[in-house]
Design a protein around this ligand. Structure first.
Ligand code: SF4
Length: 325
């Protein structure tokens, strides 16, 4: 296991009153989430916007500090470390951002951008130039592109630069936060293959955050589904896609087109009623109950716990006896 997250919560205060100092409420962006990621594994994290998936990624990277909970990496709870103590761990935990257009500074060349983490770690001279050329080659770009500016690259090439920057300090774990959502479908496949190749070459582990279930199916070994700050279901990829247990997962998957025309013709889309409720005032009991097409009288009263219904398949829904507290 490379990373273990235990009972992670991240609440954001909503303030108001005189000078905005009075705490009026709390947004429960992540509320009691626990999971583990194995070495060399890609764990997909899916959910609608507002589900808390990006907040989970930021808290693992310590770009945001958790409200409570533990994040174990290399026998240390990152959540309990000071900024200074975190420094040696930060280089082993990297991120590839969503939008390559926004995450690359247009004033800097490709070499400047990829080399920034190297400069921070005092890599200089010939070693620095050699490493930049290596990183460009690793992500399928020519070392001759080192002096080009971001606007001289295509969207897919810019995302390759983002991956090269993430690789600069030889990380062990990378949070990929919607890395494909700004790219054309044809380019998405190339970046998926690149991430897969790099994972195999360097034994990397990924948390792959996306709202796109088709993409997650391609790249993930296991998949987690989040809704309103909570985990709804965790399973290996095939169990999740072939036998989803949670009504929310079933609804999400019912909206994914199936390539086989015969099966596609039979597909029935489950339309969820209403909008995602505000995390300021989440529903009682099962947070999904106002939109659930299988809700029954206990659902607004009882909070389901994560239960293991078959080896490795966990779900939080009162339809399953394992999930009753
Ligand atoms: Fe639906 Fe009830 Fe299961 Fe929640 S606990 S997902 S409301 S059936």
């Amino acid at each position: 296991m490379i990373l273990e997250v235990t009972n992670l919560t991240k609440y954001f205060p909503v303030t108001g009153g005189f000078f905005g100092r009075k705490k009026l409420a709390e947004v429960k962006a992540v509320d009691g989430v626990s999971f583990a990621i194995h070495k060399g594994e890609t764990l997909g994290l899916v959910g609608e916007s507002g589900s808390g998936k990006t907040t989970v990624g930021k808290n693992i990277l310590q770009l945001q500090r958790p409200t409570s909970g533990e994040i174990w990496f290399k026998n240390k709870d990152l959540a309990s470390l000071s900024n200074k103590e975190l420094r040696p761990y930060r280089q082993k935990l990297q991120v590839v951002f969503q939008d390559p257009y926004e995450s690359l500074d247009p004033r800097f060349t490709a070499a400047d951008i990829i080399g920034e983490p190297l400069r921070l770690h005092k890599v200089k001279g010939g070693e620095y130039n050699k490493r930049i050329a290596e990183l460009l080659k690793l992500v399928g770009l020519s070392p001759y592109m080192a002096e080009r500016y971001p606007h001289e690259f295509s969207g897919g090439q810019r995302q390759r630069l983002g991956v090269a920057r993430a690789l600069a300090l030889q990380p062990e774990f990378i949070v990929c936060d919607e890395p494909l959502s700004a790219l054309d479908v044809s380019i998405q496949a190339q970046i998926i293959n690149l991430l897969d190749d790099l994972k195999n070459k360097f034994g990397l582990s990924y948390l792959f955050i996306s709202h796109d279930l088709s993409v997650v199916r391609h790249i993930s070994d296991r998949v987690m589904v989040m809704y309103l700050g909570k985990l709804m279901e965790v399973a290996d990829r095939d169990s999740m896609y072939e036998k989803p247990l949670h009504p929310y997962t079933q609804a999400l998957l019912s909206a994914v087109p199936i390539p086989d025309p015969a099966v596609e013709a039979e597909r029935k889309v489950i339309i969820l009623k209403g909008e995602v409720p505000s995390p300021l005032n989440p529903p009682t009991g099962c947070v999904f109950h106002p939109r659930c097409f299988k809700a029954f009288e206990d659902c607004p009263k009882v909070v389901p716990v994560m239960g293991e219904t078959s080896p490795g398949h966990h779900v939080a829904c009162l339809l399953y006896k394992e999930c009753w507290p």
